[in-house]
Design a protein around this ligand. Structure first.
Ligand code: TPP
Ligand code: MG
Length: 584
């Protein structure tokens, strides 16, 4: 039991519902929190202030949900956000769905109407419960002030158990403002539900046996990891299995950092963009898929892997197994527990397996070096506007191992997903691949920076994504965080423009942005702002950003404006695309 949740710390007596909410969050050790107030939740806000809990006003509730999501990913503890009645609640939707799809634990609050007046055209009133319900793992409507602690307990349990996810408490005004005589026992907390994963479940023994039989006979096995590797914090188990059995590891964008990208067994990103991993998948004779939904991007629109390769799928959500790719062996359970069980069952074969696979794993560094050689002109490009590959190289060079890179939904995540190298295992790369919304970068960076105040945090975002969220620079400045935001300035909704180039013969519609100087905007907002047009200045600009500890830095990086050269891998001038095809 955490210190805060000890019985002696629990309140009792006559309290408002809002105070009870805040007391439970105090006992849970939760926060910082993100939200925007309104009348309905004001007793909650007042209690936060009375209790000295950290809560940040954000400028759009969607950003609060994104910030809470990133906070939760860094800490493995539920992120907390709130929105007021109506527009506050509906603004939460996009952020909550990111957390739902990515499996991020969140406890969210929405204020709702006073029940004595609801459905009489109350100001801001809408059918928010129905709008929010499919955006969360569970929506709890709180009908009694007395039940606030019970439902917060439930929210933490649901958010952190099984596949984690967001839980929303819909709190009517009269429940939040209303009072109840609480006892100390009402505020009990199950400390095991305050972080993820709350509980671990092991796959069935017989299934482990079948998986192990397949792996033991494989000459070219490959492990494919998704975001579940982080949710389960399965880093040690993955490393041990990979090294003991000489099995390379490829990752999705969300799975990056399951194994350090710099590890000799790392095959890098697989799926839509790949260095060498897709080729290794094609030549593999046994795939072990871990904590990965095998969705569109991981599978290149379901073209990969070939169905003839026997696949073992280890996954916490049973019904995800076989959804996109038939699994020869289904392992239902926690990623860490499952990897440990496989490693244990194979332990005696280790020496033999390593000997048999020596040539196989020796291929990896050679292939990676060949890839790097081929990519060198782009990775080291001196061209202006700056080449995205050069920007990624500078991030690789300039960010210390413990850094966190938050990557926004546009090109930023695809380029860095392919080219950024985490130097140690862990949550060092945070892309919003749950819903892939643009606009996550800046608020996600705020959440990550507050979660890890001593760690260098860089957010990389498109100019379109940044435009969406520019008001949150004010939040970042007010919070006094030394976040570095790299704006990939291509004066375009680049992904859209690149596709219009490839598929519609350059008929561009609504994909151009006006030229902006984001560094000047940042400076006008009291932040550090540096415009970078020369690639040789990237390193110094990054250094300047990382040295700021109390105010945000915007690096406005001017990158290619040629839509034929915006995609990370496919030069779209060299391929013919039919309408209806998807190139990237
Ligand atoms: C909220 C939202 N709207 C639209 C999209 C579709 N979309 C994907 S990438 C992209 C371009 C975004 O432009 P920008 O942020 O400048 O990134 P770039 O591709 O130019 O690097 C768009 C519109 C999305 N992912 N999210
Ligand atoms: Mg752009």
């Amino acid at each position: 039991m955490s210190k805060a949740s000890e019985p002696s710390n629990r309140p009792s007596g006559r309290l408002t519902g809002g105070r009870a909410m805040a007391e439970m969050l105090r006992l849970a050790g939760a926060g910082p929190m993100f939200g925007m107030g309104g009348f309905q939740l004001l007793p909650f806000y007042d209690a936060l202030s009375q209790l000295g809990l950290q809560h940040f006003l954000i400028n759009d509730e969607r950003c609060g949900a994104f910030a809470a999501d990133a906070y939760a990913r860094v800490t493995n503890r539920p992120g907390i956000c709130d929105g007021t009645l109506g527009p506050g609640a509906t603004n939460l939707v996009t952020g909550l769905i990111e957390s739902l799809n990515a499996g991020t634990p969140i406890v969210a609050f929405a204020g709702d109407t006073h029940r004595a007046h609801s459905w009489k055209n109350m100001t801001q009133e809408c059918r928010q419960v129905e709008i929010l319900r499919p955006a969360v793992k569970e929506l709890i409507r709180v009908e009694h002030t007395s039940r606030v602690p019970e439902f917060l307990r439930r929210a933490f349990a649901v958010a952190t158990s099984g596949r984690p996810g967001p839980v929303l408490l819909d709190v009517p005004e009269d429940v939040c403002h209303g009072e109840y005589e609480f006892t100390a026992e009402d505020f009990a907390i199950d400390a095991t539900t305050l972080g993820t994963p709350a509980r671990r479940i092991r796959p069935d023994r017989a299934d482990i046996g079948r998986a192990v039989a397949l792996l033991a006979h494989a000459k070219r096995p490959l492990i494919l990891v998704g975001g579940g590797i982080h949710l389960s914090a399965a880093y040690d188990a993955l490393l041990k299995l990979a090294e003991a059995q000489s099995i390379p590891v490829a990752h999705t964008m969300s799975g990056k950092g399951g194994l350090a990208c710099t590890h000799p067994l790392s095959a890098g990103l697989f799926g839509r963009y790949s260095r060498i991993a897709n080729d290794l998948i094609e030549a593999s004779d046994c795939l072990l898929v871990v904590g990965c939904k095998l969705g569109e991007i991981a599978t290149k629109r379901y073209a990969l892997p070939s169905r003839s390769i026997p696949t073992i799928h280890l996954e916490i959500v049973a019904e995800e197994i076989g959804r996109c790719l038939p699994a020869e062996v289904a392992l239902w359970g926690d990623a860490r527990a499952g990897l440990e069980d496989i490693a244990e069952a194979l332990a005696e074969d280790g020496r033999h397996a390593r000997g048999a696979r020596a040539d196989y794993v020796a291929e990896l560094p050679k292939r990676m070096a060949a890839w790097r050689e081929e990519a060198r002109p782009r990775l080291q490009s001196h061209e202006r506007p700056i080449h995205m590959a050069r920007l990624c190289s500078e991030l690789n060079r300039g960010l210390p191992a413990e850094s966190i890179l938050v990557a926004d939904g546009g090109f930023a995540a695809h380029w860095t997903g392919l080219l950024y190298d985490t130097k140690t295992a862990g949550r060092h790369f945070i892309p919003d691949r749950g819903l892939a919304s643009i606009g996550y970068g800046l608020p996600g960076g705020i959440g990550a920076a507050l979660a890890a105040p001593k760690t260098p945090v860089v957010a990389i975002t498109g100019d379109g994504g940044f435009n969406m969220m520019i008001g949150e620079l004010e939040t970042a400045r007010r919070a006094g965080i030394g976040l570095t935001i790299v704006v990939v300035n291509n004066a375009a909704s680049g992904y859209v423009k690149a596709l219009q180039h490839a598929m519609f013969r350059g008929r561009y519609q609504s994909s151009d942005l006006v030229e902006m100087d984001y560094a000047a905007i940042a400076r006008a907002m009291g932040c550090n702002g540096i415009r970078v047009e020369d690639p040789e200045q990237l390193a110094a600009a990054l250094k300047s950003g990382l040295s700021e500890r109390t105010r945000p830095t915007i690096l406005d990086v001017v990158v290619t404006r040629d839509p034929a050269r915006m995609l990370p891998a496919v030069d779209s001038r060299t391929i013919e695309v039919k309408q209806g095809d998807r190139v990237a």
